[in-house]
Design a protein around this ligand. Sequence first.
Ligand code: MN
Length: 227
Amino acid sequence: MPSFAVPTAPRPLLPVSGGGEVPVRRVYCIGRNYAEHAREMGHDPDREPPFFFQKNPENLDTSGIFPYPTHSTDVHHEIELAVVLRSGGQDIAVEAALDHVFGYAIALDMTRRDLQAAMKKAGRPWEVGKAFERSAPVSAIRPAAEIGHPGRGRITLQVNDETRQDGDLAQMIWSVPEMISALSEFFELAAGDVILTGTPAGVGPVQRGDALEGTIEGVGNLSVRVV
Ligand code: MN
């Protein structure tokens, strides 16, 4: 029995549709992986490739409730496909990458856009804009053994029944196998790692009381209330 000098936090768990749970190890996010979103953020996708940042595993939240966070008046929605790994490694070949995928989920990369913009301008890290409490609402995981590996399919976000984001997974600049391979060159990937794969165009602010409904064709949907 280990003798912990302080209390241990429980490892975050994500439910699997059909039963079971995945213990989460790390959360990686990809930035500017859809060309139209890169442009709406003021960047040229032909000159600046996508890149990675991280959230904390504890930021994942399956409650369906998003409490409006502190220190921001411009919190944005970003609907994203989440990839959950069942195994990992380093320098994974693109051709072998999907063998490491356990399943997929629908996630929101909630962002304090005003803080993110201030950090960008100052050349500082993004964590205050991205990695705050409950900043990643997420659905149950659908196993790839059931739904396959969605390389295309409509991805949408509605806010109070108004469509704000409407794209297709096929518009990703880096495909899921390509981003797993690229990520594994920088980090050692492992079972329980979650990758948020970037958002299509149409990001915008949320308000308390908003009902967010995300859908990804072939994966499912995610309902979140902002409080
Ligand atoms: Mn994002």
